[in-house]
Design a protein around this ligand. Sequence first.
Ligand code: SF4
Length: 220
Amino acid sequence: MEFLVFTAPNARLSEEEVKEIIERCGEELEDEITELVETAAEIAAPKTLYGVLPIDARDEKGVTIGGIYIKSELMSRNFSPVSRVFPYISTCGVELEEWSKSLDDPLLEYVADAIKQHYLRLAMSEFNKFIRERYGISGYMPAMNPGSIKEWPLTGQRELFSIFGYELIKEKIGVTLTDSCLMLPSKTVDGIYFESDHDYENCELCPIKDCPNRRKAQMI
Ligand code: SF4
């Protein structure tokens, strides 16, 4: 099994994004915010660790990927038509995380948080584009992510991390998992992309009603 790192281009925040942060934090902070955005653009290295793996085995209760059995009937159903999947961990990067820890003003920390969120989104969208182009995927390519649905709860992070190996993840992209299954840096997401003949979003099955990041209406 080979796991690779895809590094997203270090695109800076757009003028609209900077303007929005300034509006939220107050115009008197414009100079500081601009400086933080510039510094972040110099050091940011958003990246994704990923693999292209076959489904080793599948039964109605779950699937085995990379030698790790994941108990999830939903995953078994979602993955039934495919022979390969793309586990991934995308992060804003430890570089930005370390930088943001050096700020000691809560407002500036808030700004840094918005900047890290931007670079995480960039890592995710560029990786999605890269996988589609590299593997010729033009149809639906949804992802299952551990944590938001009971069909693959937060403890699923351990299964996903075990596919890659904890040490390898730390060595390649600096991401670690706490005992309570939270990833560090916090602006990190993981999941498994798969090809599909229909659209699928975890959000459809997620019980969190007022989530600001909801991508699809609740169906439960
Ligand atoms: S509704 Fe929000 S928390 Fe739930 S799966 Fe969608 S993005 Fe995640």
